[in-house]
Ligand binder design. Structure first.
Ligand SMILES: C[C@](O)(CO)[C@H](O)COP(=O)(O)OP(=O)(O)OC[C@H]1O[C@@H](n2ccc(N)nc2=O)[C@H](O)[C@@H]1O
Ligand SMILES: Nc1ncnc2c1ncn2[C@@H]1O[C@H](COP(=O)(O)OP(=O)(O)OP(=O)(O)O)[C@@H](O)[C@H]1O
Length: 288
């Protein structure tokens, strides 16, 4: 049996440049992995079938699961006869804007590359991942990156300055497609992507805090006022900067002072079930 870690991501920036002819949006976003991760186990199956066992009741255990799609794609492309039993221990909140499903798919690609001895590079795996979902390429690489195109064009960046990240997910589910559909391209307030790149290149914590921005945040907030309330609470409890990740509804806050972490965490726990205090790992997956 083989193990792979599947970490969550957060968006430090998310900008939409325009809508493309294929219906997707051209994005420019800076993402980084955090140390909240699903656990993925892969066991060879000699019956030639792909099966999914998943700890979370609301996550599909059939071909709708992105990890299934990852295995299926690799099997077809490389004409593999063997099957695989994929066990997912979900730790990342589902439908949260944290790329949980995408990261499971990415971990499955990395793991099967080893299990089936395919000798593919990270870039090759990321290209295959792009066929499954826009976030999968980034999740194959991990670390910190600027993603362009649909999200699949990756440029690596230095890890963010060290701090705590408090994640809080309100008890609602958000459909990414719905949020993009409700985005009004004529009224976008673009985030300062260049400023965030400077902040990362110079390791400037305050600049990172002041250049956080996500054009999907007002869209999700408009549909789900709980996100507005959560962001305000996190600011009131003392986070240095707060933003919604991806299409939401998870909100994250940066904190440098250790003493404030438990205050914010405990304060949020009072009315929000899913709260995590994590760190940005900057950990990139490099295959040998
Ligand atoms: C919001 C983000 O998570 C930020 O990282 C991503 O942009 C979305 O990534 P994802 O969930 O992997 O998205 P996909 O599964 O590829 O697409 C879900 C839906 O979101 C919309 N979508 C997604 C990505 C993109 N660049 N433009 C889009 O318009 C499309 O309607 C698509 O049908
Ligand atoms: N392995 C998986 N883990 C979680 N959800 C999955 C998985 N495979 C498919 N799904 C489906 O995908 C939906 C979105 O789940 P996911 O946790 O990936 O969302 P997300 O965090 O918003 O992702 P993203 O940030 O990439 O948009 C779920 O409601 C579920 O039905």
């Amino acid at each position: 049996m083989l193990y792979e870690k599947a970490p969550a991501k957060i968006n430090l920036t998310l900008d939409v440049l325009h809508k493309r002819d294929d219906g997707f949006h051209e994005v420019e976003m800076i993402m980084t992995t955090v140390d909240l991760a699903d656990q993925v186990w892969l066991r060879p199956a000699h019956d030639g079938l792909i099966t999914i066992k998943v700890s979370e009741q609301f996550v599909p255990n059939d071909r709708k699961n992105l990890a299934y799609q990852a295995a299926d794609l690799l099997r077809r492309q490389f004409k593999i006869r063997e099957g695989v039993e994929i066990t997912l221990n979900k730790k990342i909140p589902v439908a949260a804007g944290l790329a949980g499903g995408s990261s499971d798919a990415a971990a499955t690609l990395r793991g099967l590359n080893r299990l089936w001895n395919l000798r593919l590079s990270v870039d090759e795996l990321a290209d295959i991942g792009a066929k499954i979902g826009s976030d999968v390429s980034f999740c194959v690489h991990g670390g910190t990156a600027l993603a362009k195109g649909r999200g699949e064009k990756i440029q690596h960046l230095p890890a963010p300055p060290n701090c705590w990240v408090i994640l809080a997910k309100p008890a609602i589910s958000v459909s990414t497609a719905d949020i993009y559909k409700n985005l009004d391209l004529s009224s976008i307030k673009h985030p300062d992507t260049a400023g965030m790149l400077d902040a990362l290149n110079s390791g400037d914590y305050n600049k990172m805090c002041s250049t956080l921005g996500n054009v999907l945040e007002p869209v999700t907030m408009n549909l789900h006022p709980q996100v507005v309330i959560l962001k305000k609470k996190m600011e009131q409890f003392g986070a240095d900067a707060v933003l919604m990740s991806g299409s939401g509804p998870t909100v994250f806050g940066f904190v440098r002072q250790e003493a404030r972490v438990s205050r914010i965490y405990n304060g949020l726990k009072g009315f929000c079930k899913e709260v995590h205090a994590v760190r940005m790992t900057g950990e990139r997956f490099i295959l040998d």
